[in-house]
Ligand binder design. Structure first.
Ligand code: DAH
Length: 342
């Protein structure tokens, strides 16, 4: 045993005499004295030495180990003292500024909206971005070949789903989560869905192929249009200030009946008319309506017992209005000069 230890000691000291920098020294230290190191193995083997010799062997091994460790430490100090790096450090210089980043402006708006609805008892749900034709269209009352499909330029995906059918699409709106949520949670139900949606758009200052939406719905007994108007008015005031008013005019969306758009008084000119609102004083922001009975049925909910309202906002549009930016493509463009302004 002693011989083994002496041999290893010789080997280590030999290597140490060749060590020229702290990196090599560190490698040696790990190789010999590390947890799985050569010398450490010997120390472990001492447990197998015959009992009458064990204590002497242990003592000897520890002495040698201390001796070697001391040598390592001396060299370590020597290398540190002579290191260029250390000499060059001027501790009086101010530190380097660490850039920690911040939330994307659309995420900021998303969180703001989630907070508003959370405070009124709405759950925040999500759903898949790669969606079935069924949940994106059919379940919400847009059958195949219905002209309403032309309202949304869809990315149809040329891949079979798990049942071998070609029915996958990139979801065109977060309304796709309505029926999923009804089937999962039943009625009454109060939820919003925030997330990314996709359309095969020709890109320009107002159109992106990838953007963000928030969908909201409430299903309960005796729900009517005034509840819808009330909540949309409240959200407008929270987002754009207490003097904000809402105006609603009929608009067709297949998943609601009656359907409506929602326009808010322009937050720049406060209704007087400016470029942002195209001199009308109003900004069209939301689509909404009373959930169509066919949609409730697809969600397993009896439309004679329950009613509901639904609405959808574009988050990019909200961000664009809030920050008064002229090109919606800037938000996903990845240009830090733009993003760092928020
Ligand atoms: N899904 C519609 C869109 O993307 C927005 C929308 C309109 C959602 C009316 C609704 C609604 O829930 O009732 O254009």
């Amino acid at each position: 045993m002693q011989e083994k230890i002496n041999n290893l000691k010789k080997e280590i000291l030999d290597k140490l005499s060749q060590a020229k920098d702290s990196r090599f020294l560190k490698e040696l230290e790990v190789f010999y004295l590390g947890r799985k190191g050569e010398f450490t193995k010997i120390l472990r083997d001492i447990a197998n030495v015959a009992p009458e010799e064990r204590s002497a062997a242990g003592k000897f091994a520890n002495e040698v180990k201390n001796e070697i460790q001391k040598k390592f430490n001396e060299l370590k100090e020597k290398f540190e003292e002579s290191s260029e790096d250390v000499k060059d450090i001027d501790v009086s210089l101010p530190g380097e500024k660490i850039n920690i980043g911040h939330l994307h402006p659309i995420t900021q708006i998303q969180y703001e909206i989630e907070d508003i609805f959370n405070s009124m008892g709405f759950a925040v749900l999500d759903g898949p971005e790669l969606e079935s034709d069924y949940y994106n269209f059919e379940a919400i009352n847009i059958p195949p070949h219905h002209p309403a499909r032309d309202m949304q330029d869809t990315f149809y995906i040329d891949l079979p789903n798990k049942d071998g059918e070609n029915d996958l699409v990139m979801r065109t709106h977060t309304s796709s989560v309505q029926v999923r949520a009804m089937l999962k949670h039943g009625a009454p139900l109060k939820a919003i869905v925030t997330g990314r949606v996709f359309r095969s758009e020709a890109l320009d200052v107002r159109h992106e192929h990838t953007f963000y939406q928030v969908e909201g719905f409430l299903i309960d007994k005796d729900i009517n249009f005034s509840h819808l108007k009330g909540i949309l008015e409240l959200v407008g005031k929270k987002l754009f200030g207490p003097e904000t008013e809402i105006r609603m005019r009929p608009k067709f969306y297949p998943f609601v009946e009656p359907g409506t758009n929602g326009e808010y008084t322009c937050n720049i000119c406060h209704g007087k008319g400016c470029n942002l609102c195209k001199k009308t004083g109003w900004l069209e922001i939301v689509g909404a309506g009373m959930i169509h009975p066919n949609v409730l049925k697809a969600g397993g909910i009896d439309p004679n017992e329950y009613q509901g309202y639904a609405f959808g906002f574009g988050l990019n549009r909200l961000a664009q209005l809030k920050y008064n930016t002229d090109d919606v493509r800037l938000f996903n463009g990845g240009d830090l000069r733009f993003i760092n302004q928020f």
